[in-house]
Write a protein that binds this ligand. Structure first.
Ligand code: SF4
Length: 271
């Protein structure tokens, strides 16, 4: 429910005792059970928005495990309602891979782009290019203006990147997550230690996550991109292999260029 007031005292503001208060975006639990198919029973005691139990998630994983990527995507729309499926894209290094797949298998799917306000201009150009090329329906999601401006003035990414990501990425996403039952993401297991632990479906922060590409190797991804002549992000040729915000990204192998010199490896969206 919306309505509880959270008080956040930012570390840099201790001296002035300036306190940021804002209405916290509390997770609105949707307990409406979603019947998937005859083999899956709607849950009565689950906490995810789809109302699935851990047994239901196991059933889904077994059902999707041996399907091709395209079959997994097509099956998703038999098991969940279109308007309850959320697809996010950062229009990063190889986002064309997942977006091309969805444009072919589920062209009606809306794509949500989290606009942190700190993207490379090349990312925004790439976003427009893929939108035109694949005829995507993209919506932008942003933090409230005053919150984003606070992180801009404070340069929060330097002192507290978790807080900065929370304001500019996690919170805006949480605001729309409540209305969906499943969240599609293009994570692949080889991208990080955390991602190596994921299955095709999992429950994460009260929503069912769907990773149709989770067991795709880097070589398979590159082969698909080559076969379909998909455009890479323009910064790839400058040595960037993972691309986020300008303040937190440098050229580097895989995700090594993200939050360089900091222990942080994930923005918090997928944790
Ligand atoms: S990636 Fe960096 S600039 Fe972007 S939201 Fe996170 S901390 Fe802020």
């Amino acid at each position: 429910m919306l309505g509880k007031i959270a008080v956040i005292l930012h570390p840099k503001q201790d001296k002035t005792r300036r306190i940021i208060t804002y209405q916290s975006l509390y997770w609105r639990k949707n307990m409406h059970a979603q019947k998937l198919d005859t083999s899956i029973t709607p849950a009565t005691n689950s906490t995810n928005t789809a109302g699935l139990t851990s047994k239901d998630i196991q059933v889904l994983n077994a059902k999707y495990h041996d399907l091709s990527i395209e079959q997994r995507i097509q099956q998703l729309y038999h098991d969940f309602e279109l308007e309850k499926i959320m697809l996010t894209s950062s229009f990063a290094t190889t986002s064309a891979f997942l977006l091309h797949l969805f444009s072919r298998c589920a062209p009606q799917q809306v794509v949500s782009f989290i606009d942190t306000g700190f993207h490379f201009p090349e990312t925004l150009v790439y976003k427009e290019k893929l939108t035109q090329l694949f005829h995507l329906n993209v919506i932008d999601i942003r933090a409230e203006t005053w919150k984003h401006e606070h992180t801009l003035k404070d340069q929060t990414w330097k002192t507290d990147p978790d807080f900065c990501c929370s304001i500019n990425k996690v919170e805006p996403l949480y605001a729309i997550k409540n209305d969906h039952h499943v969240w599609v993401s293009g994570l692949m297991s080889w991208q990080s230690d955390h991602r190596a632990t994921l299955d095709i479906f999992e429950e994460r922060n009260d929503i069912i996550k769907f990773y149709p590409l989770i067991n795709v190797t880097k070589e398979q991804r590159d082969a698909y991109i080559l076969k379909h002549n998909l455009p890479f992000h323009p910064l790839v040729k400058q040595g960037y292999q993972s691309i986020g915000c300008t303040h937190c990204t440098i050229p580097g192998e895989d995700r090594s260029g993200r939050w360089n010199n900091k222990p942080k490896t994930e923005c918090g969206l997928h944790l």
